[in-house]
Design a protein around this ligand. Structure first.
Ligand SMILES: Cc1cc2nc3c(=O)[nH]c(=O)nc-3n(C[C@H](O)[C@H](O)[C@H](O)COP(=O)(O)O)c2cc1C
Length: 327
C-alpha cells in the first residue's frame, strides 16, 4: 500500500514523524516550516509592463535547462513509498521524464551500495550521463567505494548531502557517515573532477565553508525535514545566505516547493535554482515517467504565469522586491 497519503497540500502535517515513510523527523516541524515559509512569502502582482513572451530557460553549472528546477534525490523507494519499484526503475523513470522536459535529476544514496547507489548511478550513465550523482557523507572508505563505482560511468555533476551526517541508521553502520570539514570537502571535490554541489546547508557559516572548499554550488536544504527536528524553513534562511554568498557560489534551495509560484519566490529571493522532492517522487511512483513529465510541465506553466503577472520576460528580471513576507 502506498505510504504517502497524497494530501492536496503536501505540508508534512499528516505524515509527521513517519520515517520510513515520507514524513519529517520527530514532531515534523522542519518539514512543516518549509511549507509555512513558502506560504508566508507572497508575490506582488504588477502587470503594468511591456507585453511579450516569458522565457524560463537558463544555464546552471554548464547545463542548459528548460527552467531552473531539478528533481531532488530520493532513495529507498520500496521502504519509504511501500511500492514495488526498484531503485533502478525509479531512477530510470525520473531521468527519462527530466530528459524529455529539459531539466536534470539527482540520484540518492544509502547503506546498500549496489542497490541504493550503484544502480541509480548506472541509470544516469544509461541516460547519456544527464544526471547528478549524490553521495552520502561516509567516512573515507565509503566515499572511495562510491568513487570507484563512478570511475567508468558518465554523469554530469556530483553532490554530497552533508546533512545526512546525523542519520542514526547510517551512523551505526560498518562504514558510518560523519560531519565534514572544509579540507575534507575539498579532497572529495578534487577526486570527483566534476561540478560539485554541497547539499544540506542551513547557515551562512556552512555556505561559506562550502565555497571555501571550492564547491560549485550549495543546496539550502534541511533534507525535507528528515534529518533534524525543529530547524527553520529553508526559505526563512535563504535571504541571509544569498546576501553573504551571491556571486561566490551557485545557490540552489529545496523544501516545500510545490508550485511554479513557489519556484518564482525562491528565484526572486536570490536562488539560482530549486529542487523538488516529494511531489515529483509521488508523480513518478504513481504514474511513471509520463505522470512526472505532466507535473514538471505544470510547474513550468505556473512559473511562466507568475512571471507574466509580475512583468518578467526572463529569469534575470526577477528581484526580491517582487516578494512580500507575510507574518
Ligand atoms: C523518501 C525520501 C528519501 C530521500 N532520500 C534522499 C537521499 O537519498 N539523498 C538526499 O540527498 N536527499 C534525500 N531526500 C531529501 C530530498 O532530496 C529533498 O531534500 C527533500 O525531499 C526536499 O523537500 P520536499 O520533499 O518538501 O520537496 C529524501 C527525501 C525523501 C522524502
Amino acid at each position: 500500500m502506498l505510504k504517502c497519503r497524497e494530501c492536496r497540500d503536501c505540508n508534512g502535517i499528516a505524515c509527521r514523524g513517519e520515517i520510513p515513510g515520507v514524513g519529517g523527523k520527530g514532531s515534523g516541524l522542519s518539514f512543516i516550516r518549509n511549507r509555512q515559509a513558502m506560504e508566508h512569502a507572497a508575490i506582488n502582482m504588477d502587470v503594468c509592463a511591456e507585453p511579450g513572451e516569458t522565457d524560463t530557460s537558463c544555464s546552471i553549472l554548464g547545463s542548459d535547462l528548460s527552467m531552473p528546477v531539478f528533481c531532488a534525490p530520493i532513495a529507498g523507494i520500496k521502504n519509504n513509498y511501500g511500492v514495488d519499484i526498484s531503485e533502478y526503475e525509479y531512477a530510470d523513470m525520473v531521468l527519462d521524464a527530466c530528459e524529455k522536459t529539459g531539466i536534470l535529476a539527482f540520484t540518492g544514496d544509502g547503506i546498500d551500495l549496489d542497490n541504493l547507489f550503484a544502480k541509480p548511478a548506472r541509470a544516469v550513465n544509461d541516460h547519456h550521463g544527464r544526471g547528478i550523482i549524490t553521495i552520502k557523507p561516509w567516512v573515507k572508505e565509503g566515499i572511495d567505494e562510491r568513487i570507484a563505482v563512478l570511475s567508468d560511468l558518465n554523469y554530469a555533476m556530483a553532490a554530497m548531502d552533508i546533512d545526512a551526517a546525523g542519520l542514526p541508521l547510517l551512523r551505526a553502520g560498518l562504514t558510518p557517515v560523519e560531519t565534514k570539514t572544509v579540507s575534507a570537502l575539498k579532497k572529495i571535490k578534487e577526486c570527483l573532477k566534476k561540478p560539485f554541489i554541497v547539499k544540506g546547508v542551513m547557515t551562512v557559516h556552512a555556505a561559506m565553508a562550502a565555497a571555501a572548499a571550492g564547491a560549485d554550488a550549495i543546496v539550502v536544504s534541511n533534507h525535507g525535514g528528515r534529518v533534524m527536528d525543529d530547524t527553520p524553513g529553508t526559505l526563512d534562511v535563504l535571504p541571509e545566505i544569498v546576501s553573504a554568498c551571491r556571486g561566490k557560489i551557485t545557490i540552489l534551495i529545496d523544501g516545500g516547493i510545490r508550485t511554479g509560484s513557489d519556484v518564482f519566490k525562491c528565484l526572486a529571493l536570490g536562488a539560482d535554482g530549486v529542487l523538488i522532492g516529494r511531489p515529483f517522487a509521488l508523480a513518478a511512483v504513481k504514474d511513471g515517467s509520463e505522470g512526472l513529465q505532466k507535473r514538471i510541465l505544470s510547474i513550468q506553466d505556473e512559473l511562466r504565469q507568475a512571471m507574466l503577472m509580475t512583468g518578467c520576460h526572463t529569469l534575470n528580471d526577477l528581484n526580491p522586491e517582487m516578494i512580500r513576507t507575510l507574518k
